[in-house]
Design a protein around this ligand. Structure first.
Ligand code: ADP
Length: 191
């Protein structure tokens, strides 16, 4: 079993690269953002709880996210491994993930962190907003808030994995396939 955290600021390309990773390595994709959007679309209670935080570009409270991930892992017990996309986003979430995986007997092998400059992130998100229909991609103020939330609350998660010797930085600018090739090299070195 191979468990990987794909990390990076909003707009870094986590979703795009996840698609390629799951295809090549047969991992199960868990994107907390996608799961919340699905719940909002279906009008579930969880979606209702998450919506106002997401619309403002703020983080959904840890206990809500951790509970949702618990549920997902419970329903995917026969997975060959997971790619965590957009989770963990806070240090308490990273601690929770360690506990969640301890129960399954397979810790995180690595955090692959996509490094992309802020100006490029803002341009990508504004561009995605034209087609994604995501309220949080439409408004420059919300985009700026997500990026500052990232630096304030999420970036410390890097240190958590650095301390465990699991941090790998991936250059996230340029050709999508070249970035994927750097990711593949990093994953191949794990096994
Ligand atoms: P992006 O990486 O573009 O911000 P995501 O789809 O990963 O997009 O997340 C969208 C929103 O969903 C976040 O701004 C946040 O409100 C919520 N969210 C997703 N994952 C988490 C998480 N692990 N913890 C808290 N909130 C989350």
């Amino acid at each position: 079993m191979l468990n990987i955290v794909l990390f990076g600021p909003p707009g870094a390309g986590k979703g795009t690269q996840s698609e390629r990773i799951i295809e090549k390595y047969h991992l199960t994709h868990i994107s907390t953002g996608d799961l919340f959007r699905k719940n909002i679309k279906e009008g579930t209670e969880l979606g209702l709880r998450a919506k106002s935080f997401m619309d403002a570009g703020n983080l959904v409270p840890d206990e809500v996210v951790v509970g949702m991930v618990d549920d997902f892992l419970e329903h995917h017990r026969d997975a060959e491994g997971f790619i965590f996309d957009g989770y963990p986003r806070t240090t308490p979430q990273a601690e929770a993930l360690d506990r969640q995986l301890e129960n399954m007997g397979h810790p995180i092998a690595a955090m692959l962190s996509l490094a992309v400059p802020d100006e490029e992130l803002k341009a990508r998100l504004a561009n995605r907003g034209k087609t994604s229909g995501r309220p949080d991609d439409q408004d420059p103020e919300k985009i700026n808030n997500r990026i500052s939330v990232y630096y304030r609350e999420t970036q410390p998660v890097m240190d958590y994995y650095k301390a465990q010797g699991k941090y790998v930085e991936i250059h996230g600018l340029g050709d999508i396939e070249e970035i994927f090739s750097s990711i593949s090299d990093a994953i191949d070195q794990l096994s």
